[in-house]
Structure formats: structure tokens, C-alpha cells
Write a protein that binds this ligand. Structure first.
Ligand SMILES: Nc1ncnc2c1ncn2[C@@H]1O[C@H](COP(=O)(O)OP(=O)(O)OP(=O)(O)O)[C@@H](O)[C@H]1O
Ligand SMILES: [Mg+2]
Length: 250
């Protein structure tokens, strides 16, 4: 019931203007999120990496909204990153903290002025998440090979499908699963899972994110993008970022 109550208002909330003329003078904003119900699967890491790299490497205007109340680890991370570089002069995208109550005004503030609003949610379907997800247009769910993780991801996908994707007033346009912490030595296992999920009708992304120490340390950073020289060719993030951008255009 909660879902239905809120969803009917979402379109008018996000886009309060009617005319095409007004629409054309604003930027086409996409609201996206790496999210999932499973703790520790890489949501925050990937939201940060997405935001920083879309901003620096692709010149996108971005805002990163931290809904992980009360930890606010992304917001705190930005402050630590600033402390490390010792300068506030460099180009950077805004990082905002939000609660259920402040998310809507925040989205209104940025909608039409940025390319991407990226939202980082906590790792469980609490009220913050249920309400916050109503504003998200494209969801990217990271997961690993672990059997339990695969099960919980499947359940989460079904929940989204039932409550958001099939709702005729929906804002949500796509849900996309992808492997995070991908390892070439386990390629056969990953391939088997990919086939199983495809058979079950789950929408898997083509690209993967590798297990790499630089993603957890130096380049999980809200200010510094990953230099192409630090990436390993075909399996670097470039292809993943481009797939995210392609999906988000729809
Ligand atoms: N591709 C990767 N390569 C290496 N380490 C990774 C990768 N993705 C995530 N990690 C590491 O896994 C751990 C959990 O990641 P993260 O905090 O992003 O998960 P989360 O889903 O946001 O967790 P929570 O549910 O607690 O919010 C972190 O130490 C992170 O650096
Ligand atoms: Mg997190």
C-alpha cells in the first residue's frame, strides 16, 4: 500500500512543468542508483566511482545524494577526500545528505540542471529506501557469486518488478543486474550464473566490474577519477560506465 500511495504523485513531483518549451530549456536529468538489498555488495563504492568518473572523464554534471542515514558515509568520505587534497578550489560535484523528508526538495533543486542525480541507499529495504526508490529511473544492482547473494538479489528484483516496474505511474524504467568483484579465474562460474539468471528472465548487464584494490582504496574517491593508465584495458571501468550511460538514455 505504501508504494501505491506515494507513486501516484511522483511524476508531478519530479517534473512539475507541463510544456515542451519549458522542458527543452532544462537539462535532461537521469536519476540512477547502484542499489540492492544485500549489505556490502559494493553499492556505495560504485555510486562514488560512477559519480566521480562520469563527472571527470565524461564531463557530466552530477550530484551524489547520500541517503544512508545516519551513517552518511559518502558525505563523510567527501570531507575526508577534501582534507586529503587540502584544496576546495578543484572542480567537484556536490555531495548532499538526504532523509525521506528532504529527498524530494533536493531532487527538485537539481532536476533539470544536472545530467545525473545518483542516490546512495542503505543496504536494507527500510522506509528511506522504499520511498527513495520511487524517484529512481534506472537501478543497477551489483552482486557477486555467493549463492545467498544471488538468491537475495533475485528476491529484490522481483520486489522491484512487482512494486515499481509494473506500476503504471512508475518512474522506474529499468533494473539491471551486474557482477561486481568479477575475477577472470572464476570466469566459468560467473558464466554459469549469468546463464541461470538469464533463463530466469533477470536483466543482466553485459559489462562487469572487476575485483580491484584500486577501487577500494585510492580511486574510491569523490574527487579523483581513475586514470586510464591504472585500468586494465577491456575490463576497465570505461565499458561499464558507457553501458550505464547507454541504459540511462532510455
Ligand atoms: N570492485 C571492487 N573491487 C574491490 N573491492 C570492492 C569492490 N566493490 C566493493 N569493494 C569493497 O567491498 C566493501 C563493501 O563495499 P561497499 O561499502 O561499497 O558496499 P555497500 O553495498 O555500500 O555496503 P552497505 O550495505 O554496508 O552500504 C568495501 O570494502 C569496498 O571497498
Ligand atoms: Mg553503502
Amino acid at each position: 500500500m505504501l508504494y501505491m500511495d506515494i507513486v501516484s504523485n511522483v511524476h508531478s513531483v519530479i517534473w512539475p512543468y507541463d510544456t515542451m518549451v519549458l522542458k527543452s530549456i532544462f537539462m535532461e536529468t537521469k536519476i540512477i542508483s547502484c542499489t540492492g538489498e544485500k549489505g556490502g555488495c559494493g553499492k556505495t563504492t560504485l555510486n562514488i566511482i560512477l559519480a566521480t568518473n562520469l563527472f571527470h572523464l565524461y564531463g557530466k554534471k552530477v550530484v551524489l545524494i547520500d541517503m544512508d542515514n545516519p551513517q552518511y558515509s559518502v558525505y563523510k568520505k567527501r570531507n575526508r577526500d577534501l582534507g586529503q587534497v587540502g584544496s576546495t578550489e578543484m572542480p567537484m560535484f556536490p555531495v548532499e545528505r538526504a532523509t525521506v523528508q528532504t529527498l524530494e526538495p533536493l531532487i527538485k533543486k537539481y532536476y533539470g540542471t544536472v545530467d545525473f542525480i545518483i542516490v546512495d541507499f542503505p543496504g536494507n529495504l527500510n522506509e528511506e529506501m522504499v520511498r527513495g526508490l520511487l524517484y529512481v529511473e534506472h537501478i543497477f544492482i551489483p552482486f557477486f557469486l555467493d549463492e545467498l547473494e544471488i538468491d537475495s538479489t533475485a528476491v529484490f528484483y522481483k520486489t522491484l518488478q512487482r512494486n515499481y516496474l509494473w506500476n503504471e505511474n512508475r518512474v522506474l524504467r529499468s533494473v539491471n543486474l551486474f557482477f561486481n568483484r568479477y575475477e577472470l579465474v572464476k570466469v566459468n562460474k560467473f558464466d554459469a550464473v549469468r546463464r541461470t539468471l538469464a533463463k530466469a528472465g533477470m536483466p543482466m548487464m553485459e559489462q562487469v566490474v572487476m575485483e580491484r584494490t584500486v577501487y577500494r582504496e585510492r580511486y574510491r574517491n569523490t574527487l579523483i577519477p581513475i586514470p586510464p593508465t591504472k585500468e586494465n584495458g577491456e575490463l576497465g571501468l570505461k565499458r561499464f560506465l558507457e553501458e550505464v550511460m547507454r541504459i540511462s538514455k532510455n
